[in-house]
Design a protein around this ligand. Structure first.
Ligand SMILES: [Zn+2]
Length: 463
């Protein structure tokens, strides 16, 4: 399922200290918005899909193609940005794109900027910064505030934020490529698409729509259009460049199906029933429409019915990890943690992308079962998930709770310290690490990890 982590004002303020002053000033206004809801969503299925889009392109561009972190920004405007190891993409961009090729084209263009060394200094700063600080930078203060106010209901109803005046200005000053850089990035993008046997038409389609000056996503301003200037001659140039042997090649049907499922999922979880119903109507009869229907029934309807629909999906695609995940979500909501744990365990074993999120879901279900044995299993699973995905702050909270229920207080303190550490809150991380150490044997592995946190020197001057 889609879920979002939380961050306190204090955490956010410290996070900002890790980026340059100019950037920090531009985003300072959005600190308050962090308190109301962080605009990041986590989802194993969508992260895996976007990573599959990026991997071959990054490889062709000579960039790191292992361990790319996909950061899904919950915003309905169109934006995408790559720092190197992290690829930030707005849910609005994923919703707007009708084919994988449109997103892959944008990723190829971003890879072109990296390979060309464009905005290198900013990129290096951002690479060192914590994820949340970068999102504030990319969205701009205006968008952050607008996003947060529509955002009180948890999963649904979010992401309606638009880039208001302040946000637009922040975008302009922080992230704007030169026209010559755009032409270089386009040319590189076509090279990577060609090398991976893919068409450049998706990229052209996307940029062409930007060039008409209408917002792609329905937002007032798409930040991507502001940071990537699209004059007429650039589009004309691109129209020539795309005429490669692969120009008419379509995405493989399985990839298109995954893309459709992703769009339906974003619609159901983020945009509500009506928007989801409209999209499902367009995809009538497809697996994506059936998937959206099962999810919609889970969120807004009857759980028994949702389970029946999900079981039918599993019958059609027995190896789909995310159908099992949905089954687990439904069973958790139906207060059947044991059955939910079985479904999540299947999801974990089927997940080709080895997402860290699924073992944490399994751990949660095992915690809800509540026997000493299942609590011990929960600790193993959550640690397994966090080993794959260290920045999952929610995971540490569950881990601390599981240790606590098992009576392992130093374990709980260390997990809490780790949670603070990975959200950039080093002061509280050190306090909990010291508390943990007081009850640990000096030199044991957990003591050493606590010591690492205590010794950690952050790069920010204020810390
Ligand atoms: Zn560009």
């Amino acid at each position: 399922m889609l879920s979002r982590p939380r961050l306190t004002i204090a955490n956010a303020a410290r996070v900002f200290a890790t980026i340059s002053l100019a950037v920090a000033v531009a985003v300072a206004g959005s600190v308050a918005a962090f308190a109301q809801g962080v605009p990041v969503v986590r989802d194993a299925e969508i992260e895996a899909l976007v990573r599959d889009y990026a991997r071959p392109i990054f490889k062709a561009a000579g960039l790191a193609n292992d361990g790319i972190d996909i950061v899904l920004v919950n915003d309905s405007s169109f934006n995408a940005f790559v720092t190197g190891r992290r690829l930030f993409i707005n849910t609005g961009a994923l919703m707007t794109a009708e084919t994988p090729n449109e997103i892959i084209g944008v990723i190829a263009h971003e890879a072109g900027h990296i390979a060309g060394g464009h905005q290198q200094k900013l990129r290096e700063q951002l690479e060192r910064a914590k994820t949340m600080a970068i999102i504030a930078t990319l969205l701009g203060a205006g968008a952050m505030v607008a996003g947060a106010t529509t955002n009180s209901r948890g999963l649904a109803g979010a992401g309606m934020g638009v880039a208001a005046g302040g946000g637009e200005m922040a975008q302009r000053s922080i992230l704007a490529y030169q026209r010559t850089e755009e032409i270089t990035a386009d040319r590189s993008a076509i090279t990577y698409l060609n090398a991976t046997g893919q068409s450049g038409m998706g990229m052209l389609k996307t940029f062409h729509r930007f060039q008409t000056a209408l917002s792609l996503s329905g937002a007032q301003v798409d930040p991507y259009r502001i940071s990537h200037p699209m004059p007429q001659d650039r589009i004309a140039n691109l129209e020539v460049l795309v005429k490669q042997p692969n120009v008419d090649k379509l995405d493989p049907p399985t990839l298109q199906q995954r893309h459709d499922m992703m769009r339906v999922k974003i619609a159901v979880y983020m945009e509500g029933q009506a928007a989801a119903a409209r999209l499902m109507q367009k995809m009538r009869g497809s697996m994506a429409a059936l998937y959206g229907d099962a999810q919609s029934t889970y969120l807004y309807g009857n759980l028994a019915e949702a389970l029946t629909k999900t079981n039918a999906l599993i019958k059609a695609q027995p190896k789909n990890a995310y159908f099992q995940e949905l089954r687990g979500d439904i069973l958790m909501k139906a207060n059947k943690p044991k059955d939910a744990a079985d479904a999540y365990a299947k999801a974990v074993s089927l997940d080709p992308a080895r997402s860290g999120l699924l073992p944490v879901s399994l751990g949660q279900a095992l915690m809800a079962v509540g026997t000493p044995d299942s609590l011990k299993k929960a600790v193993v699973q959550i640690n397994n998930g966090l080993g794959r995905d260290k920045e999952n702050s929610t995971g540490y909270r569950y881990l601390a709770q599981a240790y606590g229920e098992l009576g392992d207080i130093p374990g709980a303190e260390l997990a809490t310290a780790e949670g603070h550490f990975y959200s950039g809150d080093y002061k509280d991380a050190k306090i909990f690490a010291m508390r943990a150490q007081q009850q640990m044997k000096r030199g044991e592995p957990r003591w050493i990890r606590a010591q690492d946190i205590i010794n950690y020197k952050s790069s920010g001057k204020s810390q």
